[in-house]
Design a protein around this ligand. Structure first.
Ligand SMILES: Cc1ncc(COP(=O)(O)O)c(C=O)c1O
Length: 344
């Protein structure tokens, strides 16, 4: 089998199922969203001669991108070194080992940039030590957002006109890439990014993050701020409740970043009748059975039993302290533009 054919073996897993959630609201439910950018990045790297038989792939990942790389690397015979942290649960860890990945865990945060920076520092050591190694670099590689042209096409084929796209933001690839493509046909598309307090992606002061895949302590190059009309920040407790609601109401057993996107998309859809909305659900719930889907674990979280707000509080600056679900009208501006006019 050619390298290209080998890479395409998992292609059927890449696309989302499009699930109608209510009138004009669709969930794009992925088995593992990161398979799409991972396959695309490796394919392009092979075409450009950066990835050859025997190359070692090195990457920093707290979960789903690493799993996607491991699934692809084992098929194609590449060695894979993954640098991860606490967010790597033991089931996923076992799965990565089963797939032949070499996993290294960093446990102390860097003084600036937290665990994410500590992972990148360790990664640099591997890239230096392992001759000819290749770093896909999901946070900065422009092939990450480019790969989502395929998702935009699937939305067009199966839903048609879209008024609003909602999704969680981590590396920024999925939302920036999908929105950019959809806008070539629907320039008025309203794009909503979902983040969490303490994440620097949309201007919050850096803080402790408890949601793997959502937000970050380092700003990735692949977050294209000028694509976003609106940004919402959801604290973990609200995300976990929403994840359960998605499961109980629609039978969709998804991870917490899907719950976060669902909460915001459902709210926006209710408040904008007649508009067609699609929302990204990036991974399934299996990884979170011992956490987000475990009642005892949830009850130990401060605020778990407190009443939830019906909707977000609209804030006048993304730098404000955010104790609950918050929303800011970003209006497709750059981060610098927003920070300059909302200086506190
Ligand atoms: C489970 C999960 N959801 C959402 C995201 C965010 O997607 P993106 O990196 O395309 O912004 C990630 C990113 O790693 C993720 O792992």
């Amino acid at each position: 089998m050619s390298t290209r054919a080998l890479m395409r073996k998992l292609e059927d897993f890449e696309g989302p199922r499009l699930v109608p959630l209510r009138e004009n609201l669709f969930g794009a439910s992925f088995f593992l969203m990161k398979l799409l950018p991972a396959r695309f990045m490796l394919e392009r790297a092979a075409e450009q001669g950066q990835l050859k038989p025997g190359t070692t792939i090195c990457e920093s990942s707290s979960g789903t991108f690493g799993l996607a790389l491991a699934m692809l690397a084992v098929q194609q015979g590449y060695r894979l070194i993954l640098v991860s942290d606490w967010a790597l649960d033991r089931h996923l860890h076992r799965r990565l080992i089963e797939l032949g990945a070499e996993v290294t865990i960093v446990d102390s945060p860097a003084s600036c940039g937290g665990l994410q920076q500590a992972r990148l520092d360790r990664l640099q050591m591997y890239l230096k030590d392992v001759a000819g190694s290749y770093w896909p670099s999901q946070y900065g590689n422009t092939d990450n957002p480019l790969s989502y042209a395929k998702v935009a096409e699937q939305f067009l084929d199966r839903i048609g006109r879209l008024d609003c796209l909602v999704g969680p933001v981590g590396s920024g690839g999925s939302m920036s890439g999908t929105a950019r493509y959809l806008r070539t046909l629907f320039p008025d598309l309203h794009a909503i990014g979902v983040d969490t307090p303490g994440s620097v992606l949309f201007g919050q002061p850096s803080g402790k993050l408890n949601l793997s895949g959502l937000g970050g302590n380092i700003l990735p190059g692949n977050v294209d701020h000028s694509q976003f009309d609106e940004v919402h920040w959801l604290p973990p407790v609200e995300v976990f409740h929403a994840t359960h609601e998605l499961h109980r109401t629609h039978g969709l057993f998804m991870g917490p970043t899907s719950g976060a996107a669902y909460r915001v998309a459902e709210w926006w859809s209710r408040n904008n009748p007649g508009k067609t909305v699609a929302t990204m659900f990036p991974d399934e719930g299996h990884r979170y059975v011992e956490t987000v889907y475990d009642q005892e674990w949830l009850e130990a979280i401060a605020g778990w039993a407190s009443p939830l707000p019906e909707g977000p509080v609209t804030v006048s600056s993304p730098k404000e302290p955010m104790l609950g679900w918050s929303r800011f009208l970003w209006k497709r501006r750059s981060l610098n533009e927003v920070l300059a006019v909302t200086a506190m």
